[in-house]
Design a protein around this ligand. Structure first.
Ligand SMILES: *Cc1c(COP(=O)(O)O)cnc(C)c1O
Length: 433
């Protein structure tokens, strides 16, 4: 299947190119040119299927023309190999826990799938792949874990100074010789633009094979599409009326929300998709006013969603014929500030004993703000509470979750440091081949 660039719709490439090169040189994001529907009969039978069985079918939509089904199956079996419990956390309100992977954040799905798919697509490739990632936290960890020790890939993880705990940055720095942790003296938007400049640098791309593991890479979204079908299938198995179930998506770069809209476009039936933002709410304001106006990044309790300018907005627009009113038919949005995050964590804990992490709480609160909040709702629980144990114990006034396991820090490893400029990054890339 061909993939086109959102910036230049008549520029198309193969699936292989879209996944491995992943960012069109002229900017924009790759999207599949055709969207075949999942057969109704399949959707009807979903109630009995595992996530992996569902993912074979939904991923086949994007890869099936170009990759053997046995290959696709093996990528899925290896990467989507952890539990996804569904918990009822209120009357007709459910949480699908996506945080039981190795780094305890839902990004394990996309990162592990991407690593598996790269192996499969690049088995005979001669040159090394250089994977560039900009992150404020967990994407870096998930990607480092998924790619550590692979001698066909160099991974460059850029994060803003102060965004990550010393523990996390040193875990990434020492996760493997092929993993480069780079602390940038700037913001996440500086990190993203350093990477964008590398992709736009023709001379650099003549000599180096570059790819990105950010959710700008469409392959990251592929397994996430399956999560939406799976969530609805699980609810249907419980007897929930899923035609009007609203699905709340804690959102930062909008990769997960774009996956949900993609699921809808290929046949998933559900209520609204809700893009639940923290105070970094350029998307919510855009949906409400039609004006896209990112502000400077604000630090919130839901740190992994602290993204001023969401990279996947062009994909949501492309899935809506670039028509904001069409987007508004399927997608709603809400802004949940830190006070409301804290109040939600408290009230969910007081009424049910469930400990929601701050990212998940953004989604739960967004379900509570619906005009018709009697409809069933599901939130994707995106991070394990132990990732935010300090915030949670300050909100709840007691220790309710163990802190993340940092007992495997033995030797200190430090990230490298760079100024927030492209020439410095270019030089670093070239000297680490
Ligand atoms: C990345 C992340 C999100 C936001 O996902 P996007 O696809 O970037 O919108 C939400 N919650 C957690 C815990 C995350 O790590």
């Amino acid at each position: 299947m061909e993939y086109y660039s959102t910036k230049q719709p008549d520029f198309t490439v193969s699936m292989r190119e879209a996944v491995t090169a992943c960012v069109p040189q002229a900017g924009g994001l790759y999207m599949p040119s055709a969207l075949p529907s999942i057969p109704k009969a399949f959707i009807h039978n979903m109630t009995d299927m595992s996530l992996r069985e569902i993912a074979y079918a939904t991923t086949n939509v994007f890869l099936g023309e170009d990759l053997d089904s046995s290959e696709i199956k093996s990528v899925i079996d290896k990467s989507l190999s952890f539990e996804t419990p569904l918990i009822e956390i209120g009357h007709d309100i459910y949480a699908l826990e996506l945080f039981h992977g190795p780094t305890k954040v839902f990004k394990d799905f996309g990162s592990r799938f991407l690593a598996g798919l790269f192996s499969s697509l690049r088995r005979d490739a001669g040159e090394k792949l250089n994977l560039l990632v900009a992150t404020t936290g967990n994407t870096g960890m998930a990607i480092a874990r998924a790619f550590a020790g692979r001698d066909d890939t160099n991974v460059f993880i850029l994060f803003p100074h102060g965004a990550m705990s010393r523990r996390d940055s040193s875990l990434i720095a020492r996760s493997g010789d092929n993993i480069h942790a780079i602390e940038v003296a700037g913001s996440i938007d500086d990190c993203k633009s350093m990477i964008a400049e590398a992709f736009a640098d023709c001379r650099l791309r003549d000599g180096l094979v570059l790819s990105s593991a950010n959710s700008t890479n469409f392959a990251r979204l592929m397994p996430q599409v399956a999560l939406f079908f799976y969530a609805v299938g699980r609810l249907r198995a419980l007897g929930v009326s899923t035609g009007d179930v609203d699905l709340a998506v804690p959102s930062g770069n909008l990769g997960m929300l774009a996956s949900g809209l993609m699921a809808r476009r290929i046949g998933l039936e559900c209520g609204s998709l809700i893009g639940a933002c923290n105070s970094n709410n350029a998307f919510d304001r855009y949906l409400k006013t039609g004006v896209f106006e990112p502000h400077a990044t604000i630090k919130t309790y839901a740190t992994l969603m602290d993204m001023a300018s969401p990279s996947n907005l062009p994909r949501l627009m492309a899935l809506s014929n670039n028509n904001l009113d069409l987007l508004r038919r399927d997608v709603r949005s809400a802004t949940i500030g830190d006070d409301m995050i804290a109040a939600t964590i408290r009230s969910v804990y007081d009424t049910t004993g469930y400990v929601a992490d701050p990212h998940t709480a953004v989604g739960i609160a967004a379900l509570g703000l619906r005009v018709n909040s009697r409809r069933p709702g599901l939130v994707f629980a995106t991070a394990h509470p132990s990732r935010s144990s300090a915030v949670l114990s300050s909100i709840l006034g007691k220790d309710v979750v163990p802190p993340g396991d940092d007992n495997d820090i033995r030797s200190a490893a430090h990230p490298d440091r760079l100024p927030p400029t492209y020439p410095a990054f270019r030089k670093y890339l070239l000297s680490n081949q």
